[in-house]
Write a protein of this length. Structure first.
Length: 426
Protein backbone atom coordinates (compact mmCIF):
# COMPACT_ATOMS: atom_id res chain seq x y z
CA UNK A 1 0.00 0.00 0.00
CA UNK A 2 1.16 3.55 -0.65
CA UNK A 3 2.64 5.32 2.37
CA UNK A 4 0.25 7.48 4.34
CA UNK A 5 0.92 10.91 5.83
CA UNK A 6 -0.20 9.37 9.18
CA UNK A 7 -1.21 5.84 10.18
CA UNK A 8 -4.85 5.20 9.37
CA UNK A 9 -7.14 3.41 11.80
CA UNK A 10 -9.63 0.76 10.66
CA UNK A 11 -12.37 -0.59 12.91
CA UNK A 12 -13.29 -4.23 12.09
CA UNK A 13 -16.65 -5.45 13.45
CA UNK A 14 -17.26 -9.23 13.29
CA UNK A 15 -18.50 -11.81 15.79
CA UNK A 16 -16.24 -14.52 14.33
CA UNK A 17 -12.80 -14.55 16.07
CA UNK A 18 -11.21 -16.36 13.16
CA UNK A 19 -12.31 -13.70 10.72
CA UNK A 20 -11.01 -11.05 13.10
CA UNK A 21 -7.58 -12.66 13.31
CA UNK A 22 -7.35 -12.87 9.54
CA UNK A 23 -8.37 -9.27 9.09
CA UNK A 24 -5.99 -8.00 11.80
CA UNK A 25 -3.06 -9.79 10.21
CA UNK A 26 -3.98 -8.59 6.73
CA UNK A 27 -4.54 -4.94 7.60
CA UNK A 28 -1.65 -4.54 10.03
CA UNK A 29 0.55 -6.08 7.39
CA UNK A 30 -0.44 -3.17 5.17
CA UNK A 31 0.59 -0.63 7.81
CA UNK A 32 -2.82 0.10 9.24
CA UNK A 33 -3.84 0.33 12.87
CA UNK A 34 -6.68 -2.08 13.59
CA UNK A 35 -9.43 -1.89 16.21
CA UNK A 36 -11.98 -4.69 16.70
CA UNK A 37 -15.52 -5.06 18.01
CA UNK A 38 -17.56 -8.25 18.35
CA UNK A 39 -21.04 -6.69 18.02
CA UNK A 40 -22.95 -3.54 17.09
CA UNK A 41 -22.92 -2.05 20.56
CA UNK A 42 -19.16 -2.48 20.81
CA UNK A 43 -18.75 -0.91 17.39
CA UNK A 44 -20.69 2.19 18.45
CA UNK A 45 -18.62 2.51 21.63
CA UNK A 46 -15.29 2.12 19.82
CA UNK A 47 -16.27 4.50 17.04
CA UNK A 48 -17.32 7.25 19.45
CA UNK A 49 -14.11 6.79 21.42
CA UNK A 50 -11.61 6.74 18.54
CA UNK A 51 -13.40 7.92 15.38
CA UNK A 52 -11.63 5.54 12.98
CA UNK A 53 -10.82 6.38 9.38
CA UNK A 54 -12.85 3.43 8.03
CA UNK A 55 -15.18 0.74 9.38
CA UNK A 56 -15.43 -2.85 8.05
CA UNK A 57 -18.85 -3.98 9.31
CA UNK A 58 -20.28 -7.51 9.24
CA UNK A 59 -24.00 -7.61 8.53
CA UNK A 60 -24.85 -10.71 10.61
CA UNK A 61 -24.12 -9.65 14.22
CA UNK A 62 -25.66 -10.63 17.57
CA UNK A 63 -27.93 -7.95 19.04
CA UNK A 64 -27.73 -4.99 16.67
CA UNK A 65 -27.18 -6.28 13.17
CA UNK A 66 -24.91 -4.51 10.72
CA UNK A 67 -27.70 -2.52 9.09
CA UNK A 68 -28.98 -1.03 12.38
CA UNK A 69 -25.43 -0.40 13.56
CA UNK A 70 -24.74 1.50 10.33
CA UNK A 71 -27.93 3.53 10.75
CA UNK A 72 -26.97 4.53 14.31
CA UNK A 73 -23.45 5.47 13.30
CA UNK A 74 -24.80 7.81 10.62
CA UNK A 75 -27.01 9.49 13.20
CA UNK A 76 -23.95 10.71 15.14
CA UNK A 77 -22.69 14.02 13.71
CA UNK A 78 -19.02 13.29 14.48
CA UNK A 79 -19.18 9.82 12.88
CA UNK A 80 -21.41 10.56 9.91
CA UNK A 81 -18.60 10.98 7.38
CA UNK A 82 -16.70 7.76 8.29
CA UNK A 83 -16.88 5.37 5.31
CA UNK A 84 -18.49 1.98 6.11
CA UNK A 85 -17.85 -1.16 4.04
CA UNK A 86 -20.20 -4.09 4.65
CA UNK A 87 -18.75 -7.64 4.90
CA UNK A 88 -21.47 -10.20 4.23
CA UNK A 89 -22.35 -13.51 2.68
CA UNK A 90 -25.66 -11.97 1.58
CA UNK A 91 -25.70 -11.54 -2.16
CA UNK A 92 -29.23 -10.35 -2.76
CA UNK A 93 -29.45 -7.06 -4.60
CA UNK A 94 -32.07 -5.84 -2.09
CA UNK A 95 -29.60 -6.31 0.79
CA UNK A 96 -26.95 -4.29 -1.02
CA UNK A 97 -29.40 -1.54 -1.90
CA UNK A 98 -30.52 -1.42 1.72
CA UNK A 99 -26.91 -1.02 2.85
CA UNK A 100 -26.23 1.75 0.36
CA UNK A 101 -29.42 3.55 1.38
CA UNK A 102 -28.25 3.47 5.02
CA UNK A 103 -24.99 5.17 4.05
CA UNK A 104 -22.52 2.39 3.30
CA UNK A 105 -19.91 3.12 0.60
CA UNK A 106 -19.10 -0.43 -0.51
CA UNK A 107 -19.65 -4.19 -0.11
CA UNK A 108 -17.18 -7.07 0.33
CA UNK A 109 -18.68 -10.52 -0.21
CA UNK A 110 -17.65 -13.43 1.92
CA UNK A 111 -15.57 -15.52 1.68
CA UNK A 112 -13.17 -12.58 1.69
CA UNK A 113 -10.49 -12.26 -0.98
CA UNK A 114 -7.42 -10.65 0.59
CA UNK A 115 -6.37 -8.54 -2.41
CA UNK A 116 -9.91 -7.40 -2.96
CA UNK A 117 -10.19 -6.37 0.70
CA UNK A 118 -6.90 -4.42 0.58
CA UNK A 119 -7.82 -2.79 -2.73
CA UNK A 120 -11.21 -1.62 -1.49
CA UNK A 121 -9.81 -0.47 1.85
CA UNK A 122 -7.02 1.47 0.13
CA UNK A 123 -9.48 3.08 -2.29
CA UNK A 124 -11.84 4.29 0.42
CA UNK A 125 -9.04 5.43 2.72
CA UNK A 126 -7.69 7.47 -0.20
CA UNK A 127 -11.14 8.89 -0.86
CA UNK A 128 -11.48 9.59 2.87
CA UNK A 129 -8.16 11.41 2.87
CA UNK A 130 -9.14 13.39 -0.22
CA UNK A 131 -12.45 14.24 1.42
CA UNK A 132 -10.64 15.47 4.52
CA UNK A 133 -8.28 17.53 2.41
CA UNK A 134 -11.24 18.97 0.55
CA UNK A 135 -12.94 19.83 3.85
CA UNK A 136 -9.74 21.44 5.11
CA UNK A 137 -9.35 23.31 1.83
CA UNK A 138 -12.96 24.50 2.02
CA UNK A 139 -12.48 25.54 5.62
CA UNK A 140 -9.27 27.33 4.69
CA UNK A 141 -11.04 28.95 1.74
CA UNK A 142 -13.93 30.00 3.95
CA UNK A 143 -11.44 31.38 6.46
CA UNK A 144 -9.59 33.32 3.79
CA UNK A 145 -12.86 34.52 2.27
CA UNK A 146 -13.95 35.64 5.73
CA UNK A 147 -10.60 37.37 6.27
CA UNK A 148 -10.83 39.01 2.85
CA UNK A 149 -14.43 39.98 3.51
CA UNK A 150 -13.46 41.52 6.83
CA UNK A 151 -10.44 43.21 5.24
CA UNK A 152 -12.65 44.47 2.42
CA UNK A 153 -15.19 45.73 4.95
CA UNK A 154 -12.40 47.52 6.81
CA UNK A 155 -11.08 48.92 3.52
CA UNK A 156 -14.58 50.02 2.52
CA UNK A 157 -15.05 51.65 5.91
CA UNK A 158 -11.69 53.38 5.53
CA UNK A 159 -12.55 54.40 1.98
CA UNK A 160 -15.96 55.66 3.09
CA UNK A 161 -14.29 57.67 5.84
CA UNK A 162 -11.74 59.02 3.36
CA UNK A 163 -14.54 59.84 0.92
CA UNK A 164 -16.38 61.67 3.68
CA UNK A 165 -13.20 63.53 4.47
CA UNK A 166 -12.69 64.32 0.77
CA UNK A 167 -16.28 65.49 0.44
CA UNK A 168 -15.90 67.62 3.52
CA UNK A 169 -12.59 68.97 2.22
CA UNK A 170 -14.20 69.59 -1.17
CA UNK A 171 -17.10 71.41 0.49
CA UNK A 172 -14.64 73.46 2.51
CA UNK A 173 -12.61 74.15 -0.64
CA UNK A 174 -15.74 75.20 -2.52
CA UNK A 175 -16.73 77.40 0.40
CA UNK A 176 -13.22 78.86 0.42
CA UNK A 177 -13.36 79.43 -3.33
CA UNK A 178 -16.78 81.05 -3.02
CA UNK A 179 -15.49 83.20 -0.18
CA UNK A 180 -12.39 84.08 -2.20
CA UNK A 181 -14.51 84.94 -5.23
CA UNK A 182 -16.22 87.56 -3.10
CA UNK A 183 -12.83 89.26 -2.80
CA UNK A 184 -11.32 88.41 -6.20
CA UNK A 185 -13.95 87.67 -8.89
CA UNK A 186 -13.67 84.44 -10.83
CA UNK A 187 -13.70 86.46 -14.07
CA UNK A 188 -10.57 88.25 -12.85
CA UNK A 189 -8.78 84.91 -12.47
CA UNK A 190 -10.05 83.72 -15.85
CA UNK A 191 -8.70 86.81 -17.56
CA UNK A 192 -5.31 85.91 -16.06
CA UNK A 193 -5.77 82.34 -17.38
CA UNK A 194 -5.84 80.98 -13.85
CA UNK A 195 -8.32 78.34 -12.75
CA UNK A 196 -8.05 78.97 -9.01
CA UNK A 197 -6.68 81.50 -6.57
CA UNK A 198 -3.79 79.25 -5.51
CA UNK A 199 -2.33 79.55 -9.01
CA UNK A 200 -2.06 83.33 -8.84
CA UNK A 201 1.45 84.74 -8.53
CA UNK A 202 2.86 88.17 -7.93
CA UNK A 203 3.40 89.87 -11.25
CA UNK A 204 0.74 87.98 -13.20
CA UNK A 205 -0.68 90.45 -15.72
CA UNK A 206 -2.44 90.73 -19.03
CA UNK A 207 -3.16 93.64 -21.35
CA UNK A 208 -6.71 93.87 -22.66
CA UNK A 209 -9.18 96.23 -24.21
CA UNK A 210 -12.03 96.63 -21.77
CA UNK A 211 -14.79 98.98 -20.67
CA UNK A 212 -14.47 100.48 -17.20
CA UNK A 213 -17.46 101.74 -15.20
CA UNK A 214 -17.20 103.96 -12.13
CA UNK A 215 -20.19 104.71 -9.93
CA UNK A 216 -20.32 106.90 -6.84
CA UNK A 217 -23.06 108.15 -4.50
CA UNK A 218 -23.23 111.90 -4.62
CA UNK A 219 -22.63 113.83 -1.39
CA UNK A 220 -22.34 110.64 0.63
CA UNK A 221 -19.82 112.20 2.99
CA UNK A 222 -22.36 114.80 4.10
CA UNK A 223 -25.07 112.14 4.24
CA UNK A 224 -22.98 109.85 6.44
CA UNK A 225 -22.35 112.60 8.98
CA UNK A 226 -25.93 112.18 10.17
CA UNK A 227 -25.54 108.41 10.56
CA UNK A 228 -23.84 106.24 13.12
CA UNK A 229 -21.01 103.98 11.83
CA UNK A 230 -23.34 100.98 11.99
CA UNK A 231 -26.06 102.84 10.09
CA UNK A 232 -23.52 103.97 7.48
CA UNK A 233 -22.36 100.42 6.85
CA UNK A 234 -25.93 99.11 6.76
CA UNK A 235 -26.91 101.85 4.30
CA UNK A 236 -23.95 101.23 1.98
CA UNK A 237 -24.51 97.48 2.04
CA UNK A 238 -28.22 97.88 1.24
CA UNK A 239 -27.28 100.11 -1.67
CA UNK A 240 -24.54 97.79 -2.99
CA UNK A 241 -26.83 94.78 -2.56
CA UNK A 242 -29.30 96.52 -4.85
CA UNK A 243 -26.82 97.75 -7.48
CA UNK A 244 -24.08 95.10 -7.68
CA UNK A 245 -26.17 92.21 -9.08
CA UNK A 246 -27.15 94.41 -12.02
CA UNK A 247 -23.50 94.60 -13.08
CA UNK A 248 -23.13 90.82 -13.03
CA UNK A 249 -26.40 90.40 -14.93
CA UNK A 250 -24.89 92.45 -17.77
CA UNK A 251 -21.66 90.43 -18.11
CA UNK A 252 -19.54 92.66 -15.92
CA UNK A 253 -17.76 92.06 -12.66
CA UNK A 254 -16.87 94.30 -9.77
CA UNK A 255 -13.15 94.91 -9.47
CA UNK A 256 -13.43 96.73 -6.18
CA UNK A 257 -15.63 98.72 -3.85
CA UNK A 258 -14.20 102.07 -2.80
CA UNK A 259 -16.34 103.16 0.12
CA UNK A 260 -19.65 103.96 -1.50
CA UNK A 261 -18.09 103.77 -4.95
CA UNK A 262 -18.00 100.87 -7.41
CA UNK A 263 -15.39 100.09 -10.05
CA UNK A 264 -16.64 97.49 -12.54
CA UNK A 265 -15.06 95.93 -15.61
CA UNK A 266 -16.80 94.69 -18.76
CA UNK A 267 -14.47 92.41 -20.72
CA UNK A 268 -16.99 91.73 -23.49
CA UNK A 269 -19.05 94.20 -25.48
CA UNK A 270 -18.94 97.89 -24.58
CA UNK A 271 -22.73 97.88 -24.91
CA UNK A 272 -22.87 95.68 -21.78
CA UNK A 273 -21.61 98.62 -19.74
CA UNK A 274 -24.23 100.98 -21.21
CA UNK A 275 -26.99 98.45 -20.57
CA UNK A 276 -25.70 97.99 -17.03
CA UNK A 277 -25.69 101.77 -16.45
CA UNK A 278 -29.30 102.05 -17.60
CA UNK A 279 -30.32 99.10 -15.39
CA UNK A 280 -28.37 100.55 -12.44
CA UNK A 281 -30.35 103.78 -12.77
CA UNK A 282 -33.59 101.80 -12.74
CA UNK A 283 -32.40 99.83 -9.69
CA UNK A 284 -31.52 103.10 -7.94
CA UNK A 285 -35.01 104.41 -8.66
CA UNK A 286 -36.48 101.28 -7.04
CA UNK A 287 -34.06 101.64 -4.12
CA UNK A 288 -35.27 105.18 -3.53
CA UNK A 289 -38.92 104.22 -4.02
CA UNK A 290 -38.60 101.54 -1.33
CA UNK A 291 -36.95 103.91 1.13
CA UNK A 292 -38.98 104.51 4.25
CA UNK A 293 -36.60 105.77 6.87
CA UNK A 294 -33.49 106.28 4.77
CA UNK A 295 -32.86 109.39 2.64
CA UNK A 296 -33.18 109.58 -1.12
CA UNK A 297 -29.84 109.44 -2.91
CA UNK A 298 -28.38 110.17 -6.32
CA UNK A 299 -25.39 108.52 -7.98
CA UNK A 300 -23.15 109.30 -10.91
CA UNK A 301 -21.72 106.85 -13.44
CA UNK A 302 -18.69 107.32 -15.68
CA UNK A 303 -17.82 104.87 -18.49
CA UNK A 304 -14.73 104.66 -20.70
CA UNK A 305 -13.30 102.02 -23.04
CA UNK A 306 -9.61 101.50 -23.67
CA UNK A 307 -6.49 99.41 -23.18
CA UNK A 308 -5.64 98.46 -19.62
CA UNK A 309 -3.33 96.18 -17.66
CA UNK A 310 -5.02 93.73 -15.31
CA UNK A 311 -2.86 91.85 -12.86
CA UNK A 312 -1.52 91.12 -9.38
CA UNK A 313 0.40 93.70 -7.36
CA UNK A 314 1.78 93.76 -3.83
CA UNK A 315 4.47 91.65 -2.21
CA UNK A 316 4.85 88.02 -1.16
CA UNK A 317 2.78 88.36 2.01
CA UNK A 318 0.00 90.57 0.59
CA UNK A 319 -1.33 90.28 -2.94
CA UNK A 320 -4.10 92.24 -4.58
CA UNK A 321 -5.72 92.20 -7.97
CA UNK A 322 -5.91 95.56 -9.66
CA UNK A 323 -6.23 97.36 -12.97
CA UNK A 324 -3.76 99.99 -14.11
CA UNK A 325 -4.47 102.26 -17.05
CA UNK A 326 -5.38 105.75 -18.22
CA UNK A 327 -8.71 104.15 -19.12
CA UNK A 328 -9.35 103.57 -15.42
CA UNK A 329 -8.37 107.13 -14.53
CA UNK A 330 -10.55 108.56 -17.27
CA UNK A 331 -13.61 106.52 -16.25
CA UNK A 332 -13.20 107.79 -12.67
CA UNK A 333 -12.91 111.39 -13.88
CA UNK A 334 -15.92 111.04 -16.16
CA UNK A 335 -17.94 110.06 -13.11
CA UNK A 336 -17.00 113.39 -11.46
CA UNK A 337 -18.31 115.19 -14.54
CA UNK A 338 -21.83 113.94 -13.83
CA UNK A 339 -22.06 116.62 -11.15
CA UNK A 340 -20.80 119.38 -13.45
CA UNK A 341 -23.22 118.53 -16.24
CA UNK A 342 -26.04 117.50 -13.88
CA UNK A 343 -26.58 114.18 -15.61
CA UNK A 344 -26.38 110.72 -14.05
CA UNK A 345 -24.33 108.93 -16.74
CA UNK A 346 -21.37 110.27 -18.72
CA UNK A 347 -19.56 108.14 -21.30
CA UNK A 348 -16.54 108.79 -23.48
CA UNK A 349 -16.52 109.04 -27.24
CA UNK A 350 -14.27 105.95 -27.32
CA UNK A 351 -16.96 103.93 -25.58
CA UNK A 352 -19.69 105.16 -27.91
CA UNK A 353 -17.50 104.31 -30.91
CA UNK A 354 -16.91 100.80 -29.55
CA UNK A 355 -20.64 100.09 -29.23
CA UNK A 356 -22.20 98.14 -32.06
CA UNK A 357 -25.62 99.48 -33.07
CA UNK A 358 -25.01 102.64 -31.06
CA UNK A 359 -28.18 104.03 -32.55
CA UNK A 360 -30.09 102.01 -29.95
CA UNK A 361 -28.92 104.41 -27.24
CA UNK A 362 -30.10 107.96 -26.57
CA UNK A 363 -26.87 109.95 -26.30
CA UNK A 364 -26.05 113.66 -26.37
CA UNK A 365 -22.68 115.30 -26.78
CA UNK A 366 -21.81 117.33 -23.70
CA UNK A 367 -18.33 118.66 -24.28
CA UNK A 368 -14.81 117.98 -25.38
CA UNK A 369 -12.42 118.13 -22.45
CA UNK A 370 -8.70 117.81 -21.97
CA UNK A 371 -7.72 115.26 -19.39
CA UNK A 372 -4.72 115.87 -17.19
CA UNK A 373 -1.64 114.32 -18.76
CA UNK A 374 -3.30 114.04 -22.20
CA UNK A 375 -2.90 116.36 -25.17
CA UNK A 376 -5.94 115.21 -27.06
CA UNK A 377 -9.38 116.33 -26.06
CA UNK A 378 -11.91 113.69 -25.11
CA UNK A 379 -15.50 113.88 -26.31
CA UNK A 380 -17.92 113.18 -23.49
CA UNK A 381 -21.56 112.19 -23.96
CA UNK A 382 -24.59 112.02 -21.78
CA UNK A 383 -26.31 108.61 -21.79
CA UNK A 384 -29.95 109.41 -21.26
CA UNK A 385 -31.70 106.85 -19.07
CA UNK A 386 -35.46 106.49 -18.66
CA UNK A 387 -36.78 107.84 -15.37
CA UNK A 388 -39.31 105.95 -13.21
CA UNK A 389 -42.22 107.24 -15.27
CA UNK A 390 -40.55 106.23 -18.54
CA UNK A 391 -39.39 102.66 -17.78
CA UNK A 392 -42.49 101.08 -19.29
CA UNK A 393 -42.09 102.80 -22.66
CA UNK A 394 -38.29 102.99 -22.87
CA UNK A 395 -38.00 99.94 -25.09
CA UNK A 396 -40.91 100.99 -27.32
CA UNK A 397 -39.27 104.22 -28.53
CA UNK A 398 -36.14 103.70 -30.62
CA UNK A 399 -33.51 106.03 -29.17
CA UNK A 400 -31.33 108.11 -31.49
CA UNK A 401 -27.61 108.40 -31.30
CA UNK A 402 -26.94 112.07 -31.70
CA UNK A 403 -23.87 113.58 -33.32
CA UNK A 404 -22.19 116.72 -32.00
CA UNK A 405 -23.52 118.75 -34.87
CA UNK A 406 -27.09 117.64 -34.08
CA UNK A 407 -27.17 117.95 -30.32
CA UNK A 408 -24.98 120.71 -28.96
CA UNK A 409 -27.54 122.87 -27.18
CA UNK A 410 -24.95 124.44 -24.88
CA UNK A 411 -21.27 123.83 -25.10
CA UNK A 412 -19.00 125.47 -22.55
CA UNK A 413 -15.63 126.71 -23.63
CA UNK A 414 -13.15 123.87 -23.81
CA UNK A 415 -11.43 123.66 -20.46
CA UNK A 416 -9.60 121.34 -18.21
CA UNK A 417 -12.68 120.93 -16.09
CA UNK A 418 -11.61 117.48 -14.97
CA UNK A 419 -8.39 118.82 -13.62
CA UNK A 420 -10.24 120.80 -10.98
CA UNK A 421 -12.15 117.74 -9.71
CA UNK A 422 -10.51 115.29 -7.32
CA UNK A 423 -10.54 111.61 -8.30
CA UNK A 424 -10.08 108.39 -6.42
CA UNK A 425 -6.59 106.95 -6.17
CA UNK A 426 -6.78 103.29 -7.18
Amino acid sequence: MESHESQHTVLVVDDNPTNLEVMIELLEGDGLEVLVALDGAGALEQAELVAPDLILLDVMLPGLDGFETCQRLKQVEALREIPIIFMTALSAISDKVRGFNLGAVDYITKPLQHQEVLSRVRTHLTLRELQRRLVRANEDLERRVQERTEALARANATLAAENRERLQANRELQATNRAFERFVPLQFLQLLSRARATEVALGDQVQLSMTVLFSDIRSFTQLSESMSPADSFAFINDYLRCISPVIREHNGFIDKYIGDGIMALFPGEAADALDAAIAMRAALDRFNAEAVSRPQIEAGIGIHTGELMLGIVGEEERLQGTVISDAVNLAARLETLTKRYKTPVVISGQTLTAVEHAERYDCRLLDEVRVKGKREEVAVFELRCPGPERHAIATARPPVRATPRQTVEHRPEPSSALESHPWMVL
